[in-house]
Write a protein that binds this ligand. Structure first.
Ligand code: ADP
Ligand code: MG
Length: 254
């Protein structure tokens, strides 16, 4: 079963064709990496999946739903941004609660002060949801802090937590570890794969780092020049690359 399908995704910016008829099927619960050199179209493909960028041609399907024309907030995907995009003036708990509060309000109710519009019972239920996610991510002791009082790795976890509370179909991550120092990056790799094992939710993970893709993913898509050259298990691609370009990129033995 494929929970996410991309069909003949095509995208140009001006005269430059950035995605050239990309097909990709992502099965439910898999950790899939999009890997390839800088500029090959990884971020654009992820943004099209998220609905942050329109595709020129092709379709995006999530479950059985064609979401090609659907706006991002209705796709039930969680984009975890590299810059973390946390509200600096809110506590970690409030940062995680806010997306839930926003979701439960109609558009006209979205005022700067949203607290009073939510019933006490509802707020209690949502807070319990935040607490459960915080436990999963082992950030309970951070809930009362502000983002400025967190380390890079902790901020990363909070950003993930804020995405998790909405129970998304998939997490989309664009080079989420590239701002971290080398030691923390290696640590976060195993944290993310461990988290994926526990959550069993689909991860779509963009990286230019072939070592990251080889070690973290269930399936990897090797991209170059706006195409997916090879898609499969990391081991299979490493051992049996389908072209010289793929072999060179993943560092297969000659
Ligand atoms: P990657 O994430 O693999 O590094 P991107 O998807 O960001 O690649 O970019 C692919 C190509 O598309 C690059 O040449 C980039 O300069 C170009 N590009 C990306 N976004 C835009 C945009 N909004 N306008 C014009 N060109 C863009
Ligand atoms: Mg990119």
């Amino acid at each position: 079963m494929s929970s996410i399908s991309l069909r003949t995704i095509t995208k140009s910016f001006g005269d430059a064709m950035v995605l050239d008829g990309v097909d990709l099927d992502i099965k439910d619960g898999k950790f899939v990496t999009l890997v390839g050199p800088s500029g090959c179209g990884k971020s654009t493909l992820l943004r099209i999946l998220a609905g942050l960028e329109a595709t020129d041609a092709g379709t995006v399907t999530i479950g059985k739903r064609d979401v090609t024309q659907t706006r991002p907030s209705l796709r039930n995907l969680a984009m975890v941004f590299q810059s973390y995009a946390l509200y600096p003036h809110l506590s970690v708990a409030q940062n995680m609660l806010t997306p839930l509060l926003m979701r439960d309000l109609t558009k006209t109710q979205r005022l700067p002060v949203i607290g009073p519009l939510i019933s006490r019972a509802k707020r209690k239920a949502l807070t319990a949801q935040v607490d459960a996610v915080a436990q999963t991510l082992k950030i309970t002791e951070l809930l009362t802090r502000k983002p400025g009082q967190l380390s890079g790795g902790q901020r990363q976890r909070v950003a993930l937590g804020r995405a998790m509370v909405r129970n998304p179909v998939a997490f989309l991550m664009d080079e989420p570890l590239s701002n971290l120092d080398a030691a923390l990056r290696v640590h976060m790799r195993s944290e993310l794969t461990e988290l994926h094992r526990r959550l069993k939710t689909t991860f779509v993970y963009v990286t230019h780092d072939q070592a990251e893709a080889l070690t973290m993913s269930d399936r990897m898509a090797v991209m170059m020049g706006g195409k997916i050259l090879q898609f499969g298990r990391p081991d299979d691609i490493y051992r049996d690359p389908n072209s010289l370009a793929v072999a060179r990129f993943v560092g297969s033995p000659a």
